[in-house]
Design a protein around this ligand. Structure first.
Ligand SMILES: [Zn+2]
Length: 76
């Protein structure tokens, strides 16, 4: 598997929930910001996606992801 590939709901459908895919399709960051301990579902970032960012993340979350992970999502 290419660790530098870009992950999307179309390459990796099992890595996205329905809500995350909807955010991705709307061009919004689907990074989960909140804890889900209380069953909150709508805790996504929703800032505009950075063009070409893996997971459709915004620039901030792409940078955070890439600090510890390859674009494909595997730990560095
Ligand atoms: Zn974000």
């Amino acid at each position: 598997m290419n660790r530098n590939r870009i992950v999307t709901p179309y390459t990796d459908p099992d890595r996205f929930t329905t809500e995350e895919k909807a955010a991705f399709d709307a061009g919004n960051c689907c990074c989960d910001e909140g804890d889900s301990d209380w069953g909150q579902r709508d805790t996504m970032c929703r800032k505009p996606s950075k063009r070409g960012a893996s997971f459709g993340y915004c620039g901030d979350h792409e940078r955070a992801l890439l600090e510890n992970h390859w674009p494909g999502g595997s730990p560095r």
